[in-house]
Design a protein around this ligand. Sequence first.
Ligand SMILES: [Zn+2]
Length: 183
Amino acid sequence: MPVLGEDQVYVIKYGTDYHRAWCRVVAEAWDQAPRGLRVTLFADVGERNGCTGCDAIMKKISSVQENEGQPHPSLQLPPSDALIPLKVIGVAHGILFLAAGQEHQERLNETAVEPATPLSVDGRRDGMVVRLDATRTEPLLVVQLDPRATVTDGPYQMHLRRPLQRSATKPYAVESVEPAPRA
Ligand SMILES: [Zn+2]
């Protein structure tokens, strides 16, 4: 299949359009009458018009390229989506159990726990989130506490973000867990 160089387009013998991409028209011509498909300089298209099918393809390609060009596809979520309140339902053997309200179950079903997700207290790491169980009506977050960590009885909260891992299968990930600021 003929490949376009820079400043080149496809034209089809007796056609009225020129083509900037491998669109359906070009593919059909290549299939049915390959000799009629020519590569020519864009400067030589003459009276021919740009093919609209190709325009759509080029638009798609450039929008994909733009997205990939961004160094960080924004891990941030809008604040209203990012914060989930938690309450302590138990502490045992260095494990802290936190529950979220059932109104958050749907979101947490779509949330992953990535490695090294911290429980952070005053900017210090006091533990690690090990598991999120959203199959329960009140989703459960399991945190392994560091030996020196102290647990407060007050409310906690969890921040969500977009996953860091490109292969992530869920659209959200836990960024961190922390005691909720006192009102
Ligand atoms: Zn075309």
